[in-house]
Design a protein around this ligand. Sequence first.
Ligand SMILES: [Fe+2]
Length: 413
Amino acid sequence: MANEQLVESFIKLIESSLSEAFRSDLSQLHTEGDIRTYLADAFLDRERLKEKVDRLSELIHIGYMLSAEVRLKELLLLILDKSKRLMNADRSTIYLVDVDRLHLKSMIATQLEIKEIIIPIDSGIAGACAMTGELINIPEPYSDPRFDKNIDKLTGYVTRNMLTAPLRDKLRNVIGVMQVLNKSGGPFDEEDERLIRLLGSFASVSLENAMLYEAQETMLEKFFESLAAAIDAKDPYTAGHSARVTDISVGIAKEMGIEGEELRQLRFAGLLHDIGKIGVRDEVLRKPGRLTEHERMHIQEHAKQTYEILRRIPFTKSLEGIPHIAAHHHEKMSGKGYPDGLKWHEVPLGSRIISVADVFDAVTSKRPYRDPMPFEKAVDLIENGAGDEFDPEVVKAFKTYAYRELKGQMNAG
Ligand SMILES: [Fe+2]
Protein backbone atom coordinates (compact mmCIF):
# COMPACT_ATOMS: atom_id res chain seq x y z
CA MET A 1 0.00 0.00 0.00
CA ALA A 2 2.81 2.34 0.95
CA ASN A 3 4.45 1.51 -2.40
CA GLU A 4 1.29 2.31 -4.37
CA GLN A 5 1.07 5.68 -2.63
CA LEU A 6 4.71 6.32 -3.37
CA VAL A 7 4.20 5.49 -7.06
CA GLU A 8 1.19 7.79 -7.17
CA SER A 9 3.03 10.69 -5.57
CA PHE A 10 6.01 10.16 -7.93
CA ILE A 11 3.70 10.29 -10.91
CA LYS A 12 2.08 13.49 -9.61
CA LEU A 13 5.49 15.02 -9.03
CA ILE A 14 6.69 14.16 -12.52
CA GLU A 15 3.35 15.25 -14.01
CA SER A 16 3.65 18.68 -12.45
CA SER A 17 7.10 19.17 -13.94
CA LEU A 18 6.29 17.98 -17.45
CA SER A 19 4.79 19.86 -20.35
CA GLU A 20 1.39 18.81 -21.76
CA ALA A 21 2.91 16.83 -24.62
CA PHE A 22 4.66 14.40 -22.31
CA ARG A 23 1.89 13.92 -19.74
CA SER A 24 0.14 11.19 -21.73
CA ASP A 25 3.27 9.02 -21.27
CA LEU A 26 2.56 8.97 -17.57
CA SER A 27 -0.64 6.95 -17.96
CA GLN A 28 1.66 4.04 -18.91
CA LEU A 29 3.47 4.15 -15.56
CA HIS A 30 1.91 1.79 -13.01
CA THR A 31 4.69 0.26 -10.98
CA GLU A 32 7.91 1.35 -9.33
CA GLY A 33 9.74 -0.56 -12.08
CA ASP A 34 7.96 1.49 -14.78
CA ILE A 35 9.04 4.68 -13.08
CA ARG A 36 12.64 3.54 -12.76
CA THR A 37 12.75 2.68 -16.46
CA TYR A 38 11.09 5.97 -17.39
CA LEU A 39 13.51 8.03 -15.33
CA ALA A 40 16.52 6.08 -16.59
CA ASP A 41 15.40 6.68 -20.20
CA ALA A 42 14.76 10.35 -19.52
CA PHE A 43 18.22 10.66 -17.97
CA LEU A 44 19.84 8.88 -20.93
CA ASP A 45 18.01 11.16 -23.34
CA ARG A 46 19.33 14.16 -21.46
CA GLU A 47 22.87 12.80 -21.64
CA ARG A 48 22.51 12.06 -25.34
CA LEU A 49 21.10 15.50 -25.96
CA LYS A 50 23.96 17.08 -24.05
CA GLU A 51 26.43 15.04 -26.08
CA LYS A 52 24.77 16.14 -29.33
CA VAL A 53 24.85 19.79 -28.29
CA ASP A 54 28.50 19.47 -27.25
CA ARG A 55 29.50 17.90 -30.57
CA LEU A 56 27.57 20.52 -32.55
CA SER A 57 29.22 23.37 -30.61
CA GLU A 58 32.59 21.72 -31.23
CA LEU A 59 31.72 21.50 -34.93
CA ILE A 60 30.86 25.22 -35.07
CA HIS A 61 34.14 26.01 -33.34
CA ILE A 62 36.00 23.84 -35.87
CA GLY A 63 34.19 25.65 -38.69
CA TYR A 64 35.53 28.99 -37.44
CA MET A 65 39.06 27.61 -37.11
CA LEU A 66 39.04 26.13 -40.61
CA SER A 67 37.75 29.32 -42.20
CA ALA A 68 40.69 31.26 -40.69
CA GLU A 69 43.37 29.03 -42.27
CA VAL A 70 44.36 29.66 -45.90
CA ARG A 71 47.62 27.68 -46.06
CA LEU A 72 46.79 24.31 -47.59
CA LYS A 73 49.12 22.09 -45.62
CA GLU A 74 48.27 23.69 -42.29
CA LEU A 75 44.58 23.43 -43.16
CA LEU A 76 44.86 19.73 -43.99
CA LEU A 77 46.61 19.09 -40.68
CA LEU A 78 43.91 21.01 -38.85
CA ILE A 79 41.11 19.07 -40.55
CA LEU A 80 42.85 15.77 -39.83
CA ASP A 81 43.29 16.57 -36.18
CA LYS A 82 39.82 18.02 -35.61
CA SER A 83 37.93 15.32 -37.51
CA LYS A 84 39.68 12.60 -35.52
CA ARG A 85 38.63 14.17 -32.23
CA LEU A 86 35.11 15.13 -33.24
CA MET A 87 34.33 11.69 -34.64
CA ASN A 88 35.97 9.86 -31.71
CA ALA A 89 38.09 8.09 -34.30
CA ASP A 90 41.51 6.55 -33.93
CA ARG A 91 42.70 7.80 -37.29
CA SER A 92 41.59 10.24 -39.93
CA THR A 93 42.59 10.59 -43.56
CA ILE A 94 42.01 13.27 -46.16
CA TYR A 95 42.28 12.23 -49.80
CA LEU A 96 42.60 14.94 -52.41
CA VAL A 97 41.54 14.11 -55.94
CA ASP A 98 44.30 14.67 -58.48
CA VAL A 99 42.21 14.91 -61.63
CA ASP A 100 45.17 15.04 -64.04
CA ARG A 101 46.81 11.86 -62.84
CA LEU A 102 43.62 10.09 -61.70
CA HIS A 103 45.08 9.60 -58.28
CA LEU A 104 44.03 10.17 -54.73
CA LYS A 105 46.75 11.81 -52.71
CA SER A 106 46.17 11.20 -49.06
CA MET A 107 47.34 12.57 -45.75
CA ILE A 108 46.88 10.30 -42.78
CA ALA A 109 46.93 11.54 -39.21
CA THR A 110 47.86 9.16 -36.46
CA GLN A 111 48.68 10.10 -32.90
CA LEU A 112 52.34 10.32 -33.80
CA GLU A 113 52.84 11.38 -37.35
CA ILE A 114 51.51 12.40 -40.72
CA LYS A 115 52.05 9.99 -43.61
CA GLU A 116 51.44 10.66 -47.26
CA ILE A 117 50.40 7.96 -49.72
CA ILE A 118 49.14 7.99 -53.30
CA ILE A 119 46.55 5.48 -54.56
CA PRO A 120 44.71 5.05 -57.89
CA ILE A 121 41.37 6.87 -57.90
CA ASP A 122 39.34 3.66 -58.39
CA SER A 123 40.84 1.78 -55.48
CA GLY A 124 39.38 1.04 -52.06
CA ILE A 125 36.51 2.66 -50.22
CA ALA A 126 38.00 6.15 -50.58
CA GLY A 127 38.12 5.56 -54.35
CA ALA A 128 34.50 4.36 -54.38
CA CYS A 129 33.45 7.45 -52.44
CA ALA A 130 35.40 9.74 -54.81
CA MET A 131 33.88 8.06 -57.87
CA THR A 132 30.22 7.96 -56.68
CA GLY A 133 30.19 10.98 -54.38
CA GLU A 134 28.22 8.89 -51.84
CA LEU A 135 28.86 8.67 -48.11
CA ILE A 136 29.97 5.15 -47.16
CA ASN A 137 29.59 3.76 -43.63
CA ILE A 138 31.16 0.32 -43.16
CA PRO A 139 30.89 -1.38 -39.78
CA GLU A 140 33.05 -4.38 -40.84
CA PRO A 141 35.49 -3.49 -43.63
CA TYR A 142 37.12 -6.94 -43.90
CA SER A 143 33.82 -8.48 -45.00
CA ASP A 144 33.14 -5.73 -47.54
CA PRO A 145 34.42 -6.52 -51.08
CA ARG A 146 35.10 -2.82 -51.81
CA PHE A 147 37.64 -2.62 -48.99
CA ASP A 148 41.26 -2.76 -50.16
CA LYS A 149 43.19 -4.69 -47.51
CA ASN A 150 46.46 -3.63 -49.15
CA ILE A 151 46.19 -0.17 -47.64
CA ASP A 152 46.20 -1.71 -44.16
CA LYS A 153 49.14 -3.89 -45.21
CA LEU A 154 50.96 -0.84 -46.54
CA THR A 155 50.42 1.21 -43.41
CA GLY A 156 50.53 -1.66 -40.89
CA TYR A 157 47.12 -0.75 -39.54
CA VAL A 158 44.00 -2.83 -38.76
CA THR A 159 40.75 -1.17 -39.81
CA ARG A 160 37.78 -2.25 -37.66
CA ASN A 161 35.18 0.23 -38.86
CA MET A 162 35.18 3.23 -41.17
CA LEU A 163 33.13 6.20 -42.28
CA THR A 164 33.94 7.91 -45.57
CA ALA A 165 32.41 11.16 -46.83
CA PRO A 166 32.95 13.11 -50.05
CA LEU A 167 34.28 16.67 -50.07
CA ARG A 168 32.63 18.76 -52.77
CA ASP A 169 33.44 22.18 -54.23
CA LYS A 170 30.86 24.87 -54.96
CA LEU A 171 30.06 23.23 -58.30
CA ARG A 172 29.40 19.93 -56.46
CA ASN A 173 32.48 18.25 -57.97
CA VAL A 174 34.19 15.82 -55.60
CA ILE A 175 37.54 17.43 -54.70
CA GLY A 176 38.45 14.96 -52.02
CA VAL A 177 37.37 12.40 -49.49
CA MET A 178 37.39 12.51 -45.71
CA GLN A 179 37.69 9.21 -43.91
CA VAL A 180 37.66 8.35 -40.21
CA LEU A 181 38.64 4.94 -38.90
CA ASN A 182 38.06 2.86 -35.78
CA LYS A 183 35.54 4.78 -33.73
CA SER A 184 36.09 4.23 -30.05
CA GLY A 185 33.19 2.17 -28.68
CA GLY A 186 32.03 0.62 -31.94
CA PRO A 187 30.92 1.37 -35.49
CA PHE A 188 29.84 4.81 -36.68
CA ASP A 189 26.09 5.49 -36.42
CA GLU A 190 23.59 7.78 -38.15
CA GLU A 191 24.49 10.64 -35.85
CA ASP A 192 28.13 10.32 -36.96
CA GLU A 193 27.01 10.31 -40.59
CA ARG A 194 25.13 13.58 -40.10
CA LEU A 195 28.11 15.09 -38.32
CA ILE A 196 30.74 14.09 -40.89
CA ARG A 197 28.55 15.50 -43.68
CA LEU A 198 28.48 18.86 -41.87
CA LEU A 199 32.19 18.73 -41.11
CA GLY A 200 32.80 17.79 -44.74
CA SER A 201 30.97 20.91 -45.97
CA PHE A 202 33.03 23.17 -43.68
CA ALA A 203 36.23 21.41 -44.73
CA SER A 204 35.36 21.62 -48.45
CA VAL A 205 34.77 25.39 -48.40
CA SER A 206 38.05 25.95 -46.55
CA LEU A 207 39.98 23.55 -48.79
CA GLU A 208 38.65 25.20 -51.92
CA ASN A 209 39.69 28.62 -50.59
CA ALA A 210 43.14 27.34 -49.63
CA MET A 211 43.62 25.76 -53.07
CA LEU A 212 42.63 29.04 -54.76
CA TYR A 213 44.97 30.93 -52.43
CA GLU A 214 47.81 28.54 -53.23
CA ALA A 215 47.17 28.83 -56.98
CA GLN A 216 47.28 32.64 -56.64
CA GLU A 217 50.51 32.47 -54.67
CA THR A 218 52.10 30.26 -57.33
CA MET A 219 50.91 32.60 -60.05
CA LEU A 220 52.36 35.62 -58.21
CA GLU A 221 55.66 33.82 -57.72
CA LYS A 222 55.90 32.78 -61.38
CA PHE A 223 54.95 36.31 -62.46
CA PHE A 224 57.72 37.84 -60.32
CA GLU A 225 60.21 35.26 -61.63
CA SER A 226 59.28 36.19 -65.21
CA LEU A 227 59.67 39.89 -64.42
CA ALA A 228 63.09 39.19 -62.92
CA ALA A 229 64.12 37.28 -66.06
CA ALA A 230 62.83 40.15 -68.22
CA ILE A 231 64.93 42.68 -66.24
CA ASP A 232 68.04 40.53 -66.52
CA ALA A 233 67.47 40.06 -70.26
CA LYS A 234 68.00 43.80 -70.79
CA ASP A 235 71.68 43.18 -70.18
CA PRO A 236 73.07 39.87 -71.53
CA TYR A 237 76.03 40.11 -69.13
CA THR A 238 73.77 40.04 -66.09
CA ALA A 239 71.65 37.08 -67.21
CA GLY A 240 70.26 35.26 -64.18
CA HIS A 241 71.50 38.01 -61.81
CA SER A 242 68.15 38.66 -60.08
CA ALA A 243 67.48 34.94 -59.58
CA ARG A 244 70.99 34.35 -58.16
CA VAL A 245 70.78 37.39 -55.87
CA THR A 246 67.43 36.06 -54.65
CA ASP A 247 68.85 32.60 -53.91
CA ILE A 248 71.83 34.03 -52.04
CA SER A 249 69.60 36.48 -50.10
CA VAL A 250 67.29 33.64 -49.06
CA GLY A 251 70.33 31.58 -48.01
CA ILE A 252 71.68 34.43 -45.83
CA ALA A 253 68.22 35.11 -44.37
CA LYS A 254 67.71 31.46 -43.40
CA GLU A 255 71.13 31.48 -41.79
CA MET A 256 69.92 34.45 -39.72
CA GLY A 257 66.78 32.58 -38.65
CA ILE A 258 64.39 34.48 -40.91
CA GLU A 259 61.46 32.33 -42.04
CA GLY A 260 57.78 32.26 -43.07
CA GLU A 261 56.19 35.38 -44.50
CA GLU A 262 59.26 37.54 -43.83
CA LEU A 263 61.37 35.17 -45.92
CA ARG A 264 58.77 35.19 -48.68
CA GLN A 265 58.75 39.00 -48.70
CA LEU A 266 62.54 39.04 -48.97
CA ARG A 267 62.45 36.49 -51.79
CA PHE A 268 60.09 38.66 -53.87
CA ALA A 269 62.06 41.83 -53.05
CA GLY A 270 65.18 40.00 -54.28
CA LEU A 271 63.54 39.06 -57.56
CA LEU A 272 62.34 42.62 -58.11
CA HIS A 273 65.27 44.63 -56.72
CA ASP A 274 66.48 45.83 -60.12
CA ILE A 275 63.08 46.29 -61.78
CA GLY A 276 63.83 50.01 -62.01
CA LYS A 277 66.49 49.16 -64.64
CA ILE A 278 63.59 48.98 -67.10
CA GLY A 279 63.93 52.78 -67.21
CA VAL A 280 67.72 52.79 -67.79
CA ARG A 281 68.79 53.37 -71.39
CA ASP A 282 70.25 50.21 -72.99
CA GLU A 283 73.38 51.94 -74.33
CA VAL A 284 74.24 53.10 -70.79
CA LEU A 285 73.36 49.77 -69.16
CA ARG A 286 75.43 47.81 -71.69
CA LYS A 287 78.33 50.25 -72.00
CA PRO A 288 81.48 48.17 -71.60
CA GLY A 289 83.85 51.00 -70.69
CA ARG A 290 84.00 53.63 -67.99
CA LEU A 291 80.81 55.58 -67.31
CA THR A 292 80.62 59.36 -67.29
CA GLU A 293 79.31 61.02 -64.13
CA HIS A 294 76.03 61.69 -65.91
CA GLU A 295 75.69 58.05 -66.99
CA ARG A 296 76.51 56.82 -63.49
CA MET A 297 73.76 59.00 -62.07
CA HIS A 298 71.36 57.73 -64.71
CA ILE A 299 72.08 54.11 -63.71
CA GLN A 300 71.70 54.96 -60.02
CA GLU A 301 68.23 56.27 -60.78
CA HIS A 302 67.11 52.62 -61.07
CA ALA A 303 66.85 52.28 -57.27
CA LYS A 304 64.32 55.11 -57.06
CA GLN A 305 62.55 53.74 -60.12
CA THR A 306 62.31 50.34 -58.45
CA TYR A 307 60.39 52.00 -55.62
CA GLU A 308 58.18 54.00 -57.98
CA ILE A 309 57.21 50.88 -59.92
CA LEU A 310 56.66 48.60 -56.93
CA ARG A 311 54.75 51.07 -54.78
CA ARG A 312 51.91 50.92 -57.30
CA ILE A 313 51.35 47.21 -56.66
CA PRO A 314 48.69 46.62 -53.97
CA PHE A 315 50.74 44.11 -51.95
CA THR A 316 49.03 42.27 -49.10
CA LYS A 317 49.97 43.18 -45.52
CA SER A 318 52.67 40.51 -45.25
CA LEU A 319 54.36 41.72 -48.47
CA GLU A 320 53.93 45.47 -48.07
CA GLY A 321 57.63 45.96 -47.26
CA ILE A 322 58.72 44.85 -50.77
CA PRO A 323 58.99 48.33 -52.39
CA HIS A 324 61.19 49.67 -49.55
CA ILE A 325 63.35 46.55 -49.27
CA ALA A 326 63.91 46.37 -53.02
CA ALA A 327 64.59 50.08 -53.45
CA HIS A 328 67.29 50.32 -50.76
CA HIS A 329 69.67 47.61 -51.92
CA HIS A 330 72.37 50.18 -52.76
CA GLU A 331 72.35 51.91 -49.36
CA LYS A 332 75.54 51.66 -47.24
CA MET A 333 75.87 51.46 -43.45
CA SER A 334 77.97 54.67 -43.58
CA GLY A 335 75.08 56.56 -45.14
CA LYS A 336 77.03 57.06 -48.40
CA GLY A 337 74.79 54.84 -50.52
CA TYR A 338 71.77 55.69 -52.63
CA PRO A 339 68.93 56.54 -53.26
CA ASP A 340 68.31 58.09 -49.82
CA GLY A 341 71.68 57.89 -48.00
CA LEU A 342 70.12 55.86 -45.17
CA LYS A 343 72.39 54.66 -42.34
CA TRP A 344 72.55 51.37 -40.43
CA HIS A 345 69.17 50.35 -39.07
CA GLU A 346 67.40 52.97 -41.16
CA VAL A 347 68.10 50.53 -43.99
CA PRO A 348 65.55 47.68 -43.91
CA LEU A 349 67.12 44.35 -42.90
CA GLY A 350 66.00 42.80 -46.20
CA SER A 351 67.88 45.51 -48.13
CA ARG A 352 71.03 44.93 -46.05
CA ILE A 353 70.84 41.26 -47.02
CA ILE A 354 70.15 41.87 -50.73
CA SER A 355 72.99 44.40 -50.84
CA VAL A 356 75.56 41.75 -49.81
CA ALA A 357 74.12 39.20 -52.24
CA ASP A 358 74.03 41.80 -55.03
CA VAL A 359 77.68 42.82 -54.69
CA PHE A 360 78.86 39.22 -54.36
CA ASP A 361 77.03 38.18 -57.53
CA ALA A 362 78.20 41.25 -59.44
CA VAL A 363 81.90 40.74 -58.67
CA THR A 364 81.83 36.97 -59.27
CA SER A 365 80.09 37.35 -62.67
CA LYS A 366 81.98 37.80 -65.90
CA ARG A 367 81.84 41.21 -67.56
CA PRO A 368 83.11 42.14 -71.05
CA TYR A 369 85.83 44.30 -69.46
CA ARG A 370 86.95 41.93 -66.64
CA ASP A 371 87.09 38.32 -65.46
CA PRO A 372 84.99 37.07 -62.57
CA MET A 373 86.57 37.48 -59.15
CA PRO A 374 87.52 34.14 -57.52
CA PHE A 375 85.29 32.94 -54.65
CA GLU A 376 87.69 33.53 -51.73
CA LYS A 377 88.65 37.00 -52.97
CA ALA A 378 84.98 37.95 -53.34
CA VAL A 379 84.16 36.77 -49.80
CA ASP A 380 87.15 38.80 -48.51
CA LEU A 381 85.88 41.86 -50.36
CA ILE A 382 82.47 41.50 -48.65
CA GLU A 383 84.13 40.91 -45.29
CA ASN A 384 86.27 44.04 -45.67
CA GLY A 385 83.11 46.03 -46.32
CA ALA A 386 81.53 44.97 -43.00
CA GLY A 387 80.70 48.01 -40.89
CA ASP A 388 81.22 50.67 -43.53
CA GLU A 389 79.29 49.26 -46.46
CA PHE A 390 77.55 46.15 -45.11
CA ASP A 391 75.85 45.08 -41.88
CA PRO A 392 78.43 42.90 -40.02
CA GLU A 393 75.70 40.49 -38.82
CA VAL A 394 74.61 39.94 -42.41
CA VAL A 395 78.24 39.51 -43.52
CA LYS A 396 78.75 36.88 -40.80
CA ALA A 397 75.71 34.90 -41.95
CA PHE A 398 76.77 35.34 -45.58
CA LYS A 399 80.23 33.93 -44.92
CA THR A 400 78.87 30.81 -43.21
CA TYR A 401 76.33 30.29 -45.99
CA ALA A 402 78.81 31.02 -48.78
CA TYR A 403 81.46 28.57 -47.58
CA ARG A 404 78.82 25.88 -47.05
CA GLU A 405 76.70 26.33 -50.18
CA LEU A 406 78.37 28.58 -52.76
CA LYS A 407 82.02 27.54 -52.71
CA GLY A 408 81.41 24.05 -54.10
CA GLN A 409 78.94 25.33 -56.71
CA MET A 410 81.31 28.02 -57.97
CA ASN A 411 84.36 25.82 -58.05
CA ALA A 412 82.34 23.19 -59.92
CA GLY A 413 80.99 25.88 -62.29
FE1 LIG B 1 70.76 47.41 -58.32
